[in-house]
Design a protein around this ligand. Sequence first.
Ligand SMILES: C[S@@+](CC[C@H](N)C(=O)[O-])C[C@H]1O[C@@H](n2cnc3c(N)ncnc32)[C@H](O)[C@@H]1O
Length: 237
Amino acid sequence: MTSRRDFFQGIYHNQAEQFDRLVAREDRQGNLFGALNEIRPLHGLRVVEFGAGTGRVTRLLSVMVDTVYAFDIEPSMIRRAASAMRASGMSNWRLSLGDNGKMPVASGCADLVLEGWSFAHVVGWYPNDWPARTDAMLAEMRRILKPGGVAILIETMGTGRRQPRAPSASLRKLYDYWQEEHGFAYRWIRTDYQFSSPEEADELIRFFFGDELADDCLKRENIIVPECTGIWWRRFA
Ligand SMILES: C[S@@+](CC[C@H](N)C(=O)[O-])C[C@H]1O[C@@H](n2cnc3c(N)ncnc32)[C@H](O)[C@@H]1O
């Protein structure tokens, strides 16, 4: 049987393009940029991004920040992100390989560090030692930040849901850990998917979220699939 880790790593290794088609359909409301900019005004910042994937957050940030240094552990995701960033015409970005737990970046260099939909894999991939791995990733964020810098974590609070709820007990534990043990504040936004057809919705939701969730949510939804997204943030002294 394919483990959760093999399943997602297989996608990131072999299907970066398909993944990018899915995430390109998310946030039809355009809520993410405004929410990030409210938490930490983005103009002129030096940003380090963890687990950047195919670069959807990198692209969003690049229009406002001074520089975004984005990293991912998977070369095919980085290649895809680099091609999208080149096509965007922006030049204030760098993309490289980097592990969320040990980033190839100098200490104290960033005003803002963030991750989107990457850190939470830890609970499915490492069910026995996710707290220690989480501590290491957050310590890495803190190391990279300048004094007074802000860390932001972005993760799902439910696909096919109009109101936020952690999709599993293990994610609830992780989010509580960020809030209660690491002092992160929390808010949520809607980042609904809008597909071009019911067939595309079926194809892309099924591809990433699996048959159970696809069957459940696509019997209610058509080309718009609601999504709730949690945003956690903390300023480090
Ligand atoms: C769901 S994707 C999100 C990508 C991107 N942030 C986005 O919003 O579309 C998760 C990403 O985390 C990356 N990832 C998983 N574990 C990682 C690690 N330990 N270090 C760096 N990247 C990691 C994966 O390769 C994948 O690109």
